[in-house]
Design a protein around this ligand. Sequence first.
Ligand SMILES: [Zn+2]
Length: 145
Amino acid sequence: MNKDFESSEISADDRDDSKHFDESEQNDESAECPFCGATNESCKHLIACFGVSEAGIVSGILVDHQDELIDLMNGRSEGYEAASDIEDVIATLRAFLEQHAEVDWADFSVDEENGIWDYASYWARYPGMVIDELYRHLEAQASEY
Ligand SMILES: [Zn+2]
């Protein structure tokens, strides 16, 4: 019906959309998953990436379990400092993961503005199973005291 109005709408589509979809430059920033090759959040195998230079759980499934794990470890001995030393927690987690047959890990460094930071990532094909075993391991330890 109103032909003039319709044709005037069409020409606005002529702009050049930016085509910056090149994500291949970030690969040095992280270690590659041995199961899927991903270096980012899309990987479903990452149990945890631990900060080594500054102790902490940086990413991975265990990030969501951090408080729970600290509570569990605090419960394993009377008189253990309530404000648990995160370095002890991480040392315990790493020791468990490194003796686990299904777990692969890699140490890597990231060159940041304020220095080089060391990290360690741990993966498993079925991380849920490993985390389940981790909980059972820690609960067993907690009940010994
Ligand atoms: Zn993966």
